[in-house]
Design a protein around this ligand. Structure first.
Ligand code: RUB
Length: 305
C-alpha cells in the first residue's frame, strides 16, 4: 500500500493496533522506496521525510509508529547514493516487519508461561501481543477461560472474541462497566500497550487503567504485553504522551443530545507502574522499573529526537 493510502487506513482505523500500524508504516516506506525513482539523494530524503511526517501524524499516541519509521530510516544520513539508500531502507523495512512479527510470537511464548492451567483471564480491547499469550497457553494444552471487554466505542472486543473463539478458546464478552464485578472471577489480567514510558507507565486503550485498579483491589496480577519498540525514549526527556481524542460521532448520533452538551472521546489512558506486575517483552518479562535498562539496550544507538 502506498503512503497516502496507509495514512488514510490508519486514520480511519481499517489498520489499527500499535504493532499493526507500525508494520504498515514500515511497509509503506519500503514500498515507496522500492517503486519510486529519484535523480538525487536529496530529493529522495525529502520524500522519505515527508512520508515519515505524514505517517507518524496519522495516530498520535502509539510510539510504535514513530519507532517503526525511525528503524526504517536508520542509517539514511550516512548513505552516499540513491541506490545505497534504496537498498538500506528496503532492508530496514523488511527487517522491522520480520522482527516485529517475531516479537509478538516470542511474547506469546513467554507470556503464556504466566498463565496457569485452568486460569480465567481478562483482556481489554484487541491486542495481538496479549492474545498471542492466551493462544500460546491454549495451544500448549492449558485449559483457559477468557473474559473480553467490549471496549467502547469502537468495540474492538468483538474482534477479540471472534479471534479467540476461532481458536476454540472459551471466551465471554462483557461490557466495560462489568470489569470490577467480573474481576472476582479472574485469575490474571493480560493487556497490550501502545506506549511504555521510561518510568514504566503504560498507555493503552481507554479503560485499561480501570482494569488495573480493579485488579489491584482484587489482588489479581496485571500483566502488560509490549514489543520493545513500544517503549518511548522521548519520555525520558520529559516528553508527555499525547492521548488521542477522536470524533464525538464515535460516541453519539447527531441530534441525540442538545447542542449545549459537551462530549469528550479520549481513546487511550495511562496506567501507572505501581499497578503493573510485569511487562512481557520479546526479551523476557521485566518489571516496570526496569524499562529504562531495556530502553538503553534497544535504543542506545538511535537518535531519540
Ligand atoms: C488498540 C489497543 C491495543 C494496543 C496493543 O487500540 O489499545 O491494546 O494497540 O495492540 P486501537 P498490539 O484499536 O485504537 O488501535 O498488541 O496489537 O500492538
Amino acid at each position: 500500500m502506498n503512503v497516502d493510502d496507509t495514512v488514510t487506513s490508519i486514520k480511519n482505523m481499517e489498520i489499527r493496533g500499535a504493532g499493526r500500524i507500525a508494520r504498515a508504516a514500515a511497509d509503506a516506506i519500503g514500498t515507496m522506496v522500492r517503486s519510486k525513482t529519484w535523480n538525487n539523494l536529496e530529493a529522495m530524503k525529502k520524500d522519505v521525510l515527508d512520508a515519515k511526517a505524514k505517517l507518524i501524524a496519522s495516530r498520535p499516541t502509539a510510539v510504535s509508529l514513530l519507532n517503526g519509521v525511525q528503524f526504517v530510516l536508520k542509517g539514511l544520513n550516512n548513505c552516499k547514493s540513491v541506490e545505497e539508500a534504496k537498498e538500506l531502507l528496503t532492508k530496514n523495512s523488511d527487517d522491522f516487519i520480520k522482527a516485529s512479527n517475531e516479537a509478538v510470537e516470542r511474547i506469546g511464548v513467554i507470556g503464556s508461561r504466566r498463565i496457569k492451567d485452568g486460569a480465567t483471564i481478562m483482556t481489554h480491547c484487541n491486542s495481538s501481543a496479549a492474545l498471542e499469550c492466551i493462544k500460546a497457553a491454549h495451544r500448549s494444552g492449558k485449559k483457559v477461560k477468557v473474559y473480553a471487554t467490549e471496549s467502547r466505542p469502537w468495540r474492538q472486543g468483538i474482534l477479540t472474541v471472534n479471534e479467540l473463539a476461532k481458536e476454540g478458546i472459551d471466551v465471554t464478552l462483557i461490557i466495560d462497566a462489568a470489569v470490577r464485578s467480573v474481576m472476582k472471577r479472574t485469575d490474571i489480567v493480560i493487556v497490550g500497550s501502545d506506549t511504555i514510558t521510561s518510568n514504566g507507565a503504560v498507555i493503552n486503550k481507554i479503560g485499561t487503567s480501570q482494569l488495573a485498579l480493579a485488579a489491584n483491589e482484587a489482588r489479581v496480577p496485571f500483566i502488560v504485553c509490549g514489543e520493545t519498540y513500544k517503549i518511548s525514549p522521548q519520555t525520558l526527556f520529559g516528553d508527555m504522551v499525547t492521548i488521542e481524542e477522536r470524533d464525538i460521532s464515535e460516541i453519539i448520533r447527531k441530534g441525540e443530545v442538545p447542542e449545549s452538551v459537551k462530549v469528550f472521546n479520549p481513546v487511550f489512558d495511562s496506567t501507572p507502574a505501581k499497578y503493573i506486575d510485569g511487562i512481557v517483552t520479546e526479551l523476557g518479562i521485566v518489571s516496570p522499573g526496569s524499562v529504562y535498562e531495556i530502553m538503553i539496550k534497544q535504543f542506545g544507538d538511535m537518535e531519540f529526537k
